[in-house]
Design a protein. Sequence first.
Length: 599
Amino acid sequence: MELKLFVIDIWRSLGWRALVLILLTLLVAITEGLTIAALLPLLAILGLGDGTADGIVVNLSSVALGSLGLPFTVGSVGFLLGVLIAISALLFLAQARLATRLQARYVAHWQSLLAKALVGARWSHLRGLPRGAFLSAITVEAPRMGAAFDKVNLAATSIMFILTQSIIALVVAPLGTIILLLLAGTLFVSTRVLSSRAKEDGRALARTNASLAGRIGEIANALKLVKATASESGALHRMQAGFADIERASARSSYDVQVARAVFQYGGGGAIVLLLVFGPLLGYSDIGSTLIVVALFVRLFPKITGLRQSLQSISVMLPSFEACRSIEESARLASEQTSQINYWTAPQSGKAAALALRNAKVALPNGTILLEGISLDIEPGSYVAFVGPSGAGKTTLIDLLMGLIEPSGGMLLVDGVPLDSTQLLAWRHRIGYLGQDPIAFTGTISENLSWVRHNIDRAQMRAALSAAAADDIRADLDASVGEGGSGLSGGERQRLALARALAGGPGLLVLDEATSALDAHAERRVVETLRALKGTVTILAVSHRLWSVKDADRVIVVDGGRVIQEGSYKTLAARPGWFRETLVHQDHDANRSVSEEQD
Ligand code: ADP
């Protein structure tokens, strides 16, 4: 069933090219079969055949030679064979060239299909998607589908060879061929059991690949932790456990493939010996046709072996197709809807956005309520900070304001326009975002700055760098940034990320714990930058360090999915409640560390 879907998928994605491939394959099979059959007249001339059983082939070749004006001699039959071999070789090369190209094309098609579905999916879908599944689908499973494509092609080739060569063998020596074919069929059916086992192994392999990719990704991100804490052996052990799982799964499936091969190789060899020994008993006095049947079968058995082996390998690889299909399908079903109406086209750029929530609620599909009863009005150009204990719902609240998630109840309004799910994507074109991990992409400074808004010019880039107080990296827009921002300090990377967020004049700037990974000096620079930006862009910041939001026009305290306090920094600091208590603790800690430093 899955194989059928796979073949249909190949057919759909490659279209007429697949048809050309099939035709070429058929031509290769026919010419190769003819090449062997054309040995018959040669053998007849050399006196190895009696010219009865092989009459048709001999007659046909003499007619073919005659039409070319050539005599029926060793030389001209040899010439005919040479031409056939050359045609076979050329056809084979053309077929191989097309097949390899189509294989690469099929992989690329799936990789881009997956990438497109994944980046196009709603945040609520991506949030729950394991990173390993994302990584391994594109980098491991899609290429494995390419390998499966190759096996399908091989299987199709084998089938065509088996058919054409069996037909030729039937014409040359019907009885012997039927006996050998029956034997081959029995061997083929008897090795079927190995196929279902192979499928199970393949599924295990796909699962193991995904979890290994996840584990390796985690460790790659935690290399500093690993080195700093001398936990190399733990890290190595985690990875090695994954390697061992892969080793077991792949060794088993590869061995099963070899078992199928052995059955054919040795079974086939035995059958040919039997034919040679008992051939005369079956009435084969003609050594010529016996030799041809043997020659055809010597080539045919590896093809039958190859067919079984290909089917076996396809079974192992089909779970990759299942995995890619299910990841792609679920991501595609979770894709964002878009509307033709875009309220925030070019003239809006540089204009601070006004936001409002009316009795908004966010609940998970299982009914868990993350936010409830939230009503807020955020003035354009104001700076609003969200604070509260961890797990309170701050990130969920700003995700809601950014249009990353949809409210399950109530509504979001931007510049007075109530947004439905089709307008969220357009709204996000106006957002500058800065998360906890300062993200820098491999490439130049200018590529980093135009990542979000591609059409900005160099003057706008410089203005953004300047607004983000990233003057030290402003000097050369064409300077390169290494992978993940290597070569830049944490503070520099965060200021570059802030400049990217500001480039092109967003209506809303969101800072999600954006300074928590920075040192005090770097954090202060960002805080000063925000102060300078006030009034020009609406700013929403989530922070757990209360002093860093001192400049906010308004502080909103979230706890248990509700707004529990709201007011200016000063008002909240004076009022009893979570804010003042936390401020006292944090001040106390800060004072203590200052006095410890002085001691
Ligand atoms: P904060 O930012 O205040 O630390 P969050 O908004 O990240 O809090 O999360 C609020 C609560 O909701 C947390 O308990 C978090 O685990 C849970 N949560 C948020 N989104 C999801 C989700 N998609 N699936 C399950 N739990 C979620």
